[in-house]
Design a binder for this molecule. Structure first.
Ligand SMILES: [Zn+2]
Ligand SMILES: [Zn+2]
Ligand SMILES: [Zn+2]
Length: 425
């Protein structure tokens, strides 16, 4: 069966996450977005694991469902299509270590088939850090050492998180290693997947041949429920824990991903947030900020350029299949000419969004599954935005140094045009 999985999320127990991030809100937003499998995140945290055990029941496929389903009425009468939402036990950990006077910090994802596996993992990891300090615990061991520990635990899987981000990643420019091999050493060949990060897509990954044999998976890394599904994995297998990871390993049944536009991610360009300096890889000459004179944060586009051993033309062959997505509330914000950090705090966007979700069932239906003619009958300007999303015809300002980029589909004249005039464009 076809299904959608978002396998990197957090709970309210991780640093800098929304206090409303719990199993019920993950369930609600999985329905709204159209996601079938969502990770629990944070299974190393004692309070969260207690909640998981209390509220989840095993679904006999290595995944879990909620014992009691909450109402879906989270936004202005929203009525998403009903579906079974499965939970996959997961955690992201932060490995922090120093080798030859260089400090490394990498984030790694771990998955478990059941609570027994979770307890085995937690028992081992507790030797390397304080698991109750943060939903994403800091562990004092090297990335390859952690991977070796996980390889020895049946039912557990390991995937490097957001590998390209400048901070906290396996091969990122600021705190990562110079290559995948340098990070994972003698167990590099055991990797079967990597998470690409919001600021990278499979086309960019294709330029670095060390990733060729790996499944390029994509997830939301949601720190609040409404950010669920910013990126997801598309699968066509029997729906089970083993089948998901088997599909990543064999690439049989792994159909690809829905990807954030990389320029929308907050680490695409080089730059300095506090100096408002953002430079594309073609603009940057040295790595020094022209305002404060300190080194710039090197973005993902530049890091890919540093590690690339294929040019863009060569990379265009044999790319893992993917399509771009943009959160629908942001598309409605553009249609309503609203500039807001969080469009879902604006009444008109909430109303348009709730109505559209209730009409089409969920967000991914609108972004990619429903025929354009159906959207055109519903809202003609929305259908133009969705068409442009689907064919990657966009304008953007790129994200940099922690500042998100912006994607938009219309120019000023187009936005002011009456629907009937839009045909001219
Ligand atoms: Zn992370
Ligand atoms: Zn994360
Ligand atoms: Zn600066």
């Amino acid at each position: 069966m076809f299904y959608i999985a978002d396998l990197h999320t957090h709970s309210k127990y991780a640093a800098a996450t929304s206090p409303s991030l719990c199993l019920e809100t993950l369930y609600q937003w999985a329905l709204i977005k159209g996601i079938d499998v969502v990770s629990t995140g944070d299974f190393t945290h004692p309070a969260w694991i207690k909640e998981l055990q209390e509220k989840l029941k095993p679904a006999d496929n290595g995944l879990y469902t909620l014992k009691e389903l909450p109402s879906t009425d989270v936004l202005h009468g929203i009525k998403p299509q009903s579906r079974i939402v499965y939970f996959c036990l997961s955690v992201e950990v932060s490995c922090e270590y120093v080798v030859n006077n260089r400090k490394y910090r990498t984030h790694q994802l771990i998955y478990a088939k059941n609570f027994e596996t979770v307890h085995r993992i937690n028992k081992i990891l507790s030797k390397y850090g304080n698991l109750s300090a943060d939903g994403r615990p800091t562990l004092h061991l090297q990335s390859h050492e952690l991977f070796k520990l996980i390889l020895n635990i049946p039912g557990a899987h390991f995937v490097p998180a957001h590998i390209w981000t400048p901070w906290c990643s396996s091969i990122g420019a600021m705190e990562g290693h110079t290559s995948l091999q340098d990070c994972f050493k003698d167990v590099t060949h055991e990797l079967f997947a990597v998470e690409t990060s919001l600021s990278a897509d499979p086309l960019m990954c294709r330029r670095y041949d060390a990733l060729d044999h790996l499944a390029l998976i994509s997830n939301s890394d949601a720190h609040s429920p409404r950010n669920l599904g910013r990126e997801v994995n598309l699968l066509d297998t029997e729906l089970s824990y083993d089948s998901i990871f088997n599909a990543f390993k064999t690439k049989q049944g792994f159909l690809g991903t829905y990807e954030y536009f990389p320029q929308k991610g907050k680490c695409y360009n080089d730059g300095h947030r506090k100096c408002k300096v953002s430079l594309s890889v073609d603009e940057v000459s040295d790595n020094i900020c022209c305002v404060c004179g300190k080194p710039l944060t090197i973005g993902v586009a530049h890091r890919v350029e540093q590690l690339a051993n294929r040019n863009i033309t060569e990379a265009k062959e044999n790319i893992q299949s993917f399509k771009y997505v943009l959160p629908l509330p942001e598309i409605f914000a553009e249609l309503c000419s609203i500039k807001a950090e969080n469009p879902l705090e604006t009444k008109s966007v909430i109303q348009s969004y709730s109505k559209a979700i209730s009409f089409f069932g969920n967000e991914f239906n609108i972004l990619h599954h429903v025929p354009l003619e159906d959207i055109q009958r519903y809202h003609s300007k929305l259908s133009i935005a969705i068409e442009r999303l689907r064919i990657n015809q966009k304008h953007f300002t790129a994200g940099y140094d922690g500042e998100y980029g912006h994607i938009y589909f219309f120019n000023k004249e187009e936005l002011q045009a009456k629907p009937a005039q839009m045909a001219l464009f």
